[in-house]
Design a protein around this ligand. Structure first.
Ligand SMILES: CCCCCCCCCCCCCC(=O)SCCNC(=O)CCNC(=O)[C@H](O)C(C)(C)COP(=O)(O)OP(=O)(O)OC[C@H]1O[C@@H](n2cnc3c(N)ncnc32)[C@H](O)[C@@H]1OP(=O)(O)O
Length: 186
């Protein structure tokens, strides 16, 4: 796996999506971009691979595991039951009125709460529910702090809470139930 080149490519892809989302496009640029993207579709299509051979979202030690679906977060601190990370919502994740899209905030929580829910040697746990409260606008393009803590384990159930903060201001919080998968369960 070309692990040195892939993260840089994903960084550029993130920047590209932010630039695209924040641009006012003229017809010439749209035409050129469509041609370039069509060319890349043709080059990538023959490389289609099964889940296990893909890199997107499956590269360890890279913010967001090397995908662009969720805002990239950088883990600052982590132990067996908690994690604290820094995240910034680029223009690609704009909802409206200078606030991050609520779906992107939920996606971030699913990823970050999934970390303490999946720490340890037990079977992988999958989200059964994720309740998100939007307490205040989540601002764009500035470093925010996201935390998650595993606060209870009952059999296969792992309960995790999380917060997204802009300094001391609470933007959103979340409560998730993750269920440890049974052997053979997908
Ligand atoms: C790439 C490397 C990654 C490494 C780092 C990791 C970080 C990334 C992590 C990313 C993370 C991303 C994560 C994602 O995005 S995961 C993707 C989103 N989630 C799913 O697709 C899950 C779909 N659902 C299922 O597969 C099943 O429903 C599961 C497996 C969850 C449970 O079906 P199963 O048949 O196994 O269990 P059960 O139905 O017998 O229930 C068992 C118990 O649980 C209780 N219950 C069930 N549901 C609910 C509910 N909604 N509220 C309250 N309670 C609920 C139920 O009452 C019962 O309780 P009790 O009667 O026993 O007391």
């Amino acid at each position: 796996m070309p692990d040195s080149a892939y993260p840089a490519m994903i960084d550029i892809l993130r920047d590209f999506l932010d630039d695209l989302a924040s641009a006012s496009l003229d017809e010439t640029t749209i035409g050129a971009l469509t041609a370039d993207l069509s060319d890349w579709r043709g080059r990538l299509e023959p490389l289609k691979a099964g889940e296990d051979e893909r890199m997107f979202g499956r590269v360890d030690d890279v913010p967001g595991h090397g995908q662009v679906m969720c805002p990239a977060f950088a883990i600052e601190e982590q132990d067996a039951t908690s994690v604290r990370a820094t995240v910034s919502f680029g223009d690609y994740f704009l909802g409206g009125n200078a606030a991050a899209h609520g779906g992107a905030v939920s996606l971030l929580f699913d990823e970050v709460l999934g970390i303490p829910a999946n720490s340890g040697p037990a079977m992988m746990a999958r989200t059964a529910y994720l309740h998100v409260n939007y307490r205040a606008i989540t601002p764009m393009n500035r470093p925010l702090t996201v935390t998650a803590t595993l606060y209870a384990v009952e059999g296969r159930k792992r309960f995790v809470r999380g917060e997204l903060k802009d300094g001391e201001r609470l933007c959103a919080d979340a409560d998730g139930l993750f269920l440890e998968l049974l052997p053979g369960q997908q």
